[in-house]
Design a protein around this ligand. Structure first.
Ligand SMILES: NC(=O)c1ccc[n+]([C@@H]2O[C@H](COP(=O)([O-])OP(=O)(O)OC[C@H]3O[C@@H](n4cnc5c(N)ncnc54)[C@H](O)[C@@H]3O)[C@@H](O)[C@H]2O)c1
Length: 458
């Protein structure tokens, strides 16, 4: 379809920026654009707009190599590209469905500003059949004699390991409608798998790439479903183990041992079997809701997935109940919350269970001592930061002075190496509520802490 395609990336967020830099790093010429001008300008200046391990270095490296640049406008990036990856946001509507307005806007802008044929690749997570709507939009607004192909290439990177995941994909899903689109995408991804320089790729290599196990080549609807089904399955695993944790608590068993015993079975696997405060972030909560909604719209009974989400939503209340069970009235108590990000390795607080927990603690009128290694600045930009009784601490140890409890809300590994012996006496009451099962209960009890985890005897 294109011999040596120029690649455009629309949306330089948590998916778009690592993707753009990764593709530039393997040898492609990539031009990125974001309709948030200040963000685009920061990136053009070499300032990564969010924290992701290795991202700043990768940004500088690829700006300096000349293979990554940021367009001064979305229109400029469209005009300069042959293959355009759409990486814009797909937030959630009030009814749980995906808000596809950014996708529609991107499609319309591409059509109105394209003077040559393009392959438009949907990378954002979208409900089944969205790419067909994009295709309609492109046709409706296309200029004369300009043709578009649409493909779906869902993204599976995880925040916190975004660049690692780009360079080490466990699968690359390509939903295509033609041989030409398939070959173009195989060509783009080949250098990632066999270290070939883009200019050295032969037709034979592209042909042979089809049999590489990493590629899953499907129609466009199936590709969209693979992404929604994958995330809904991961969410299901987490809610599953959280329900098992509830049974463990009632029966005096240990969910971490149950998870270990289950996870060693290769049919089950050990990942996503960590009981705790539940799933969060920009993917699982909204994707399971969108998957449920699209299923219901298509007439399928999705009550199973609704319950997976409900189990998750209840986790925060359960932690508040545990806190009240220990401290009784919460008003005016001082609580240290360690962790605001939805997971370690990122400063992303979107749909973070820790944020939901902090909101409930504010409703209870506690005094909050907050600490997160990376996400404190993000928190300060939210309306929750308007609560008058918050103090911020760059050091978790300082945050524990005179508190009635510490809650571990994000499993940052550095919380494991805190010198707990040293902080115990400084606390008003040495209670640690470990909502992520990060610490060893026996060690904590031995040190004299009142310690509660999730689904583990204490
Ligand atoms: N965050 C993740 O871990 C992750 C992983 C896999 C898939 N996804 C999916 O990828 C998509 C993007 O997620 P994200 O986390 O990168 O979102 P994000 O909010 O970090 O980034 C989206 C970016 O798109 C920009 N944008 C919106 N409309 C635009 C337009 N018309 N032209 C140019 N830029 C535009 C926004 O300004 C923003 O910077 C979503 O569909 C998400 O579900 C996210």
């Amino acid at each position: 379809m294109f011999d040596n395609p120029n690649i455009g990336i629309l949306g330089l967020g948590h998916v778009g920026l690592p993707t753009a830099l990764g593709l530039a790093d393997i040898g492609w010429n990539v031009i990125g654009a974001d309709d948030l001008k200040s963000k685009a300008q920061d990136i053009a200046n070499g300032d990564a707009p969010f924290y992701e391990p290795g991202l700043s270095e990768m940004l500088i490296k690829n700006i300096n190599s000349g293979r990554f640049s940021v367009a001064s406008s979305v229109e400029e990036a469209i005009d300069a590209s042959d293959v355009i990856f759409v990486c814009v946001g797909t937030p959630q509507n009030d009814d749980g469905s995906a808000d596809l307005s950014q996708i529609e806007n991107a499609g319309r802008t591409i059509a109105q500003n394209s003077n040559t044929n393009k392959l438009v690749v949907e990378k954002s997570t979208t409900p089944v059949s969205t790419s067909l709507r994009i295709k309609d939009t492109l046709r409706r607004y296309a200029k004369e004699n300009v043709e578009f192909e649409v493909a779906v290439n869902p993204e599976f990177l995880r925040e916190g390991t975004g660049l690692y995941d780009f360079f080490n994909p466990d699968r690359i899903v390509l939903g295509v409608e033609s041989e030409a689109a398939k070959n173009t995408l195989l060509q783009i991804y080949l250098p990632l798998l066999d270290q070939t320089n883009p200019s050295d790729i032969s037709d034979k290599e592209i042909y042979e790439a089809k049999s590489n196990d990493k590629f899953v080549i499907t129609d466009v609807n199936t590709a969209e479903l693979i992404k929604h089904a994958s995330n809904s399955f991961l969410a299901t695993k987490i809610s599953f183990i959280n329900l098992v944790a509830d049974i463990c608590e009632k029966s005096g068993s240990d969910v971490s041992k149950v998870a270990k015993g289950m996870g060693l079975d290769p049919r089950i696997g050990s990942s996503f079997l960590q009981a705790g405060l539940g799933f969060g972030g920009y993917c699982l909560p909204k994707d399971i809701k969108a998957f449920t909604k699209i299923g219901e719209d298509l007439g399928v009974d999705m009550s199973f997935f609704r319950e997976v989400d409900n189990v998750n939503i209840r986790r925060v209340d359960q932690i508040i109940d545990k806190l009240k069970g220990k401290l009784w009235v919460l008003r005016d108590k001082t609580i240290a919350v360690w962790g605001i990000a939805f997971k370690p390795g990122t400063d992303d607080i979107r749909e973070s269970p820790a944020m939901a927990l902090i909101e409930k603690l504010i409703e209870e009128e506690v005094k909050l001592n907050l600490h997160d290694p990376k996400a404190m600045e993000e928190f300060k930009r939210t309306s929750l930061s308007e609560y008058s009784n918050i103090e911020y601490f760059t050091d978790p140890i300082d945050s524990s002075n005179n508190v009635d409890a510490i809650i571990i809300a994000t499993d940052w590994p550095e919380f494991k190496s805190v010198d707990y012996k040293n902080i115990k006496d400084a606390m008003q009451y040495p209670f640690v509520l470990d909502a992520r099962n990060l610490l060893n209960p026996v060690e904590m009890l031995d040190m004299g802490f009142d310690y509660i985890g999730v689904g583990r005897y204490s």
